[in-house]
Design a protein around this ligand. Structure first.
Ligand code: SF4
Ligand code: SF4
Length: 355
């Protein structure tokens, strides 16, 4: 491991570092929210920040693609006009876990495809991302190792790992380097620090292992043989079609476009809002036909959008194993259980011998 890209922050300087960050631009970090919940909110001091936390109620996508976003303002006077709107605010996010960093990498791929999403990419350019390593599992719902998101895999400017009396910090971009220089509180890492980081990662490799009994390389095949599985019918009986699982998912990016007109019917805005494939009207098309009318088809679609379709298009899973969908589901539908059921139901299939 090359140590020129690493610096350290002693724990006694943490509060000063957070305070310095908050003076550079708006700073958000995980804070306690209600009973056993967390949310990314604005902070100015390190005391409020939760350094150990289960994934926040909403993922980081709320900063990259807000739940409601104005795209256009228009006037329908004698001369009709329309002006594009791009809403953004420079913000630093401190404390993003590796699963959430992976979620942003997925969104970056989607919104960078042609036609590029100018609003998303402009906002992304104004965000400084600082990661924070999970040294152990956050809770039993996580399945980050299965989808290769339990160790840092890029997508951040700085990345913090807690090594007891200090944090070791990976400087990954020039923006990250600028933050380190501007804060002026971090010291160069030496070989002892790098060795301690390597030791921690070795320990992590013993703790983190595939959370369901399948190799990641076989998940595509699993989904290829389970399109007509009984599991989807079971989910039909249980799912309430509330859409919570997609709202909290860091990689669900579907949205609807709507217009709001004022009472004069002359001025209005066009905006987008988060959509959900779990809601009944989502797949309704002209003529009233709905090609995913049944909840079983909608649930199946959700899983295939995480584990099958993106593999063809982006060569990666769009599940980051954060566990939010399971934590939030009022019907106790669990992602890990569903995968386990699919594996069980496919036991007699040919691919099973490859496990
Ligand atoms: S949160 Fe649960 S009940 Fe609601 S749509 Fe998702 S799976 Fe169905
Ligand atoms: S599908 Fe569930 S576990 Fe996977 S990224 Fe979405 S919310 Fe997290």
């Amino acid at each position: 491991m090359e140590n020129s890209q690493y610096v350290i922050l002693k724990k006694e300087k943490f509060n000063d570092f957070i305070s310095a960050l908050s003076k550079m631009q708006k700073l958000v970090a995980p804070v306690t929210k209600g009973y056993k919940n967390y949310a990314f909110e604005e902070v100015t001091s390190g005391n409020k920040i939760a350094l150990k936390y289960i994934p926040t109620i909403l993922p980081l996508k709320k900063f990259f693609m807000p739940q409601r976003e104005t795209l256009l303002e228009f006037k329908l006077d004698r001369k009709s006009t329309a002006e594009a709107v791009v809403e953004y605010e420079p913000v630093t996010i401190f404390g993003a876990h590796t699963c959430d960093l992976a979620g942003i990498q997925c969104l970056n791929m989607v919104f960078s495809e042609r036609p590029k999403d100018y609003n998303y990419l402009t906002r992304k350019g104004k965000i400084t991302l600082i990661g924070l390593e999970c040294n152990e599992y956050c809770d039993e719902y996580a399945s980050c190792h299965l989808v290769n998101a339990s160790f840092p895999g890029g997508g951040y400017d700085l990345f913090f790992t807690d090594l007891g009396g200090y944090f070791i910090v990976h400087v990954n971009t020039s923006s990250g380097d600028d933050v380190v220089t501007a804060a002026g509180l971090l010291d160069k890492a030496d070989t002892t620090h790098i060795n301690e980081l390597n030791l921690l990662r070795d320990q992590k490799r013993k703790i983190f292992s595939n959370e369901v009994p399948i190799k990641a390389s076989l998940i595509t095949e699993l989904f290829d043989v389970t399109f007509r599985a009984r599991v989807w019918k079971d989910l039909e009986e249980r799912c309430l079609a509330c859409g919570n699982c997609t709202n909290v998912c860091p990689t669900c990016y579907c949205f609807d476009i709507k217009d709001d007109l004022d009472l004069s019917l002359r001025h209005g805005v066009r905006y987008r809002v988060w959509g959900s494939c779990q809601l009944e009207p989502f797949a309704r098309v002209a003529g009233g036909i709905n090609f995913r009318k049944d909840r079983s088809a909608r649930q199946r679609h959700r899983y295939y959008r995480k584990f099958r379709y993106p593999v063809d298009r982006f060569s990666r899973f769009f599940c980051t194993g954060c566990g939010r969908c399971t934590r939030t589901c009022m019907a106790s539908i669990s992602l890990k259980e569903t995968l386990n059921e699919l594996i069980k139901e496919s036991e007699d299939r040919v691919w099973k011998k490859w496990l």
